[in-house]
Design a protein around this ligand. Structure first.
Ligand SMILES: [Zn+2]
Length: 473
């Protein structure tokens, strides 16, 4: 069956069943009821969490926007901004956050207790996702069409970028009235670009052997121009800036970091709403779950969330996990080298980044005993060669937490004859010297422009990470 009858689809979209009474009332108005309607009702009972997740995904087309969205969620819950250039002194108990390069963020809560006595449990994730980024001199006109030169950021699956309604977002550096340079986030929001496929009639082997040449085949089409016309990309950004910030003095756009993104919104999908389908699930799903866990944990224990940029390109930047952002914040919280080490020894890091679910059409790509399934709980990622930082000590702590929260837990180990991916876990473990665990929710289509996860896994992970934040390890 390809899709739900219309009346039931409306219920999914609204997703307003909050109590059993509401559900009964809503169901009475449904004209068609299948035998499995009860399963359907259960599947959608967690809609509030997933609606928040989908809104976060939609509002965060770039790492800059992800950090801006997280800042507003944190500030609404009483987190105070800190600047790295100010003196922090001895911070009082409370809720704080600090950002670096507008694309990485660390949020933490402090209690009146000494960190050397409590330690501080941490969750890490990353804000960036593979995408296409606009080059510094991007304008090209071919066959009357304005196109943009793009670079591939990270290990993107390129084929899914064709024939999508794309938009652009990112950060621009603008001159203001007094000659100062300021940063501004922009988002065109509307579909303004497409990368059209080559028709199969012009490439009969397309389904067998088409490959993508990133230089030649990826420039998107923005508009059609009259003979002799051109369009200045920086002027286009300037106009967009002026529209978004009518009260600011916006001068010339000097430079920018602009990504293309798919305008299709995140959605709960599947016959019974079993899945979430969206761009950037890797790894904004973990950022959102980490943030919600930090907020839900309250202030009984010190707790920290770090979301780094540049994981998809190796983390080697000032705001990436190989930079000193986290280390510097921890050093300032602990004040002396000895306190730092005493605090770290009482602490633990959970690096949350999505895991590969076993694919029904490609089951041989997994070790049969270590193939995670959607909606069967978070996945512990282990690698003997330290591509994941998981140890038996940290995985045991997590397994116990899952048991206590009544959440199932799964294991992933890459096939012994395949190379293993990695993430911020091992980098953070080696930089900070902290006990670390790598986990994530199972997903399909990692690094596609549209990825897929289970609709129940994110909320399950949130309950475990909330318990972790309250734990003394
Ligand atoms: Zn990732």
């Amino acid at each position: 069956m390809p899709c739900l009858p219309k009346s039931r689809r409306v219920c999914i979209a609204v997703g307003r069943w909050k109590t059993d009474k509401d559900r009964t009332t809503s169901l009475k108005s449904v004209s068609y009821r299948s035998p499995s309607i009860d399963r359907f009702v259960m599947a959608h009972s967690s809609n509030a969490f997933n609606q928040g997740l989908c809104a976060f995904l939609d509002q965060s087309p770039t790492p800059y926007h992800a950090v801006a969205t997280m800042k507003s969620l944190l500030e609404a819950q009483g987190f105070k901004p800190l600047s790295e250039r100010d003196s922090w002194g001895q911070l009082a108990a409370g809720r704080y956050y600090v950002t670096r390069n507008d694309a990485s963020i660390i949020a933490f809560t402090l209690t009146p207790d000494e960190l050397t006595e409590t330690g501080i449990n941490m969750v890490g994730a990353h804000t960036d996702s593979p995408c296409l980024k606009v080059k510094p001199k991007p304008e090209k006109v071919q066959q009357t069409l304005l196109q943009l030169g793009v670079e591939v950021y990270g290990g993107a699956l390129l084929n899914p970028w064709f024939d999508r309604d794309l938009s652009m977002a990112g950060r621009v550096s603008v001159e203001t009235g007094n000659g100062r340079i300021e940063q501004a986030l922009i988002n065109f929001e509307c579909p303004i670009a497409v990368i059209p496929s080559l028709a199969i009639h012009l490439d009969r082997e397309a389904n067998q052997s088409r490959s993508v040449n990133a230089q030649q085949h990826l420039p998107p089409v923005l508009c059609q121009l009259e003979e002799g016309d051109t369009l200045d990309f920086r002027a286009l950004l300037e106009k967009q800036c002026q529209q978004q910030y009518p009260d600011r003095t916006i001068g010339k756009v000097l430079d920018y970091e602009i990504c293309l993104y798919d305008t299709q919104k995140a959605s709960v999908t599947g016959l019974y709403g079993d899945f979430i389908s969206s761009a950037r699930l890797d790894n904004l799903l973990s950022c959102y779950v980490g943030l919600q866990s930090l907020l839900a944990a309250g202030d009984s224990q010190p707790a920290l969330l770090v979301c780094n940029d540049h994981e998809e390109v190796g983390s080697q930047s000032s705001s990436g996990a190989q930079g000193n952002f986290l280390q510097s914040v921890l050093q300032r919280l602990s004040q002396t080298p000895e306190n730092y080490q005493r605090m770290i020894d009482r602490s633990m890091m959970i690096s949350a980044d999505n895991a590969h679910a076993i694919h029904p059409n490609y089951p041989d790509k997994h070790d049969a005993e270590h193939g995670p399934v959607l909606n069967r709980g978070p996945v512990i990622k282990t690698n003997a060669n330290q591509r994941y930082a998981t140890s038996s000590e940290t995985s045991a702590i997590f397994r116990q937490l899952c048991n206590q929260q009544d959440v199932p837990v799964q294991d992933f180990v890459v096939r012994t004859d395949m190379a293993c991916g990695s993430t911020i876990g091992p980098i953070t473990a080696s930089n900070i010297g902290i006990r670390t665990l790598d986990i994530g929710v199972p997903t399909y289509a990692m690094h596609s422009i549209r990825e897929m996860a289970g609709s129940r896994d994110a909320e399950m992970l949130q309950s475990v990470l909330t318990a972790f934040y309250k734990l003394t390890v």
